[in-house]
Design a protein around this ligand. Structure first.
Ligand code: BMA
Length: 314
């Protein structure tokens, strides 16, 4: 019998447009964090214009979520963010650090896609901090700890020359980022050969920082988005200790195979539990939200045993 690394929840999909009390066409690519014993989900929704907003849903158990009556973050209409959010806000990630929840999201406009940084303490009020990239970047995840006094993040710049790879950079204040370095490339003729991007903010494990990322393979029938895992050194996250050669999740359920964009599983969040399991959340076919559970030790083991020795960056 087949062993599933990620055990899909039997109640998937856990959140769909039918569950949202305002008009949306999709519910997907959500960040999830625990705050005061509650699971908070920031999800992306397409409106009927084709542009996206971000909503909030809450859960006691991490499986059954109830959406708030109104959206959480919609495109800024005035101020310095407005010119960069006119086409929508997408794919949020959340990291808790020093009691503050940092939210990174893709800001789309005629000027390209940049990453916005917002922060909240209570998920009631939210404050935009800064646009922390130029165009064209996506998939910014911030580590939940500092390194040598610096914040660290992974991101995925878009380049016509280099393959779409994962980079790291650092900041003293979350505003100014530097020391950027490419640390992981797509692997030729593997499931993640076309492009890769950070998914959930990295999770601390005894073996290293576990990064759940997405990888894309181009087929004659279009792109397939899958999830994989990489392990970064605990003290120096620019060092990749290993990358699993196999994916951990691919589109298999009907709502992952068919939808707004077919054949997509895409993660923006995962919650590590005290019992050594991790709840991984993913958007199915850019349409619905799903969850599954995995064992952290198995995921780190896949990176270290029989995995690729590095991210192929050196
Ligand atoms: C990526 C992003 C994601 C999306 C994925 C599949 O480029 O736009 O938001 O889930 O494509 O459509």
């Amino acid at each position: 019998m087949k062993h599933d690394v990620v055990r899909r929840y039997s109640g998937n999909p856990i959140l769909t447009k039918a569950d949202i009390p305002y008009a949306v066409e999709t519910v997907h690519n959500a960040a999830v964090v625990k705050c005061a014993g509650e699971y908070l989900m920031l999800f992306r929704s397409h409106l009927r214009t084709g542009r996206s907003i971000i909503g909030l849903a809450r859960s006691k158990d991490g499986f059954r979520f109830v959406a708030d009556p109104a959206p959480f973050l919609t495109p800024a209409r005035e101020g310095p963010f407005a010119a960069y959010e006119e086409f929508g806000v997408e794919d949020p990630r959340v990291t808790e650090i020093d009691g503050v929840f940092l939210i990174t999201y893709s800001a789309y406009s005629r000027n390209g896609v940049r990453i916005g940084l917002a922060r909240t303490r209570d998920f009631v009020t939210v404050e935009r901090v800064s646009l922390i990239t130029e165009a064209d970047y996506r998939n910014v995840v911030i580590f939940p700890e500092k390194f040598g006094g610096l914040y660290a993040r992974l991101d995925r710049p878009h380049s016509e020359i280099a393959p779409w790879s994962i980079w790291i950079s650092y900041s003293p204040d979350l505003l100014f980022w530097g020391e950027a370095k490419l640390i992981m490339r797509p692997e030729p003729y593997h499931w993640d050969e076309m492009k890769i991007g950070p998914g959930a903010p990295p999770i601390r494990t005894p073996e290293g920082w576990l990064s759940i990322y997405h990888g894309v393979f181009q087929t004659m029938a279009g792109a397939v988005y899958r999830l994989g895992v990489a392990l970064h050194d605990l003290a120096d996250p620019a060092v990749i200790r290993g990358v699993s050669d196999s994916w951990i999740l691919q589109p298999e359920d009907p709502w992952e195979i068919t939808g707004y964009v077919s054949n997509v599983v895409f993660t923006c969040g995962a919650v590590a539990e005290a019992d050594g399991t991790v709840k991984i959340y993913w958007g199915g076919a850019d349409s619905v939200m799903c969850v599954g559970e995995a064992d952290l030790a198995e995921l780190t083991g896949m990176c270290l045993e029989g995995g690729r020795a590095s991210g192929g960056a050196s």
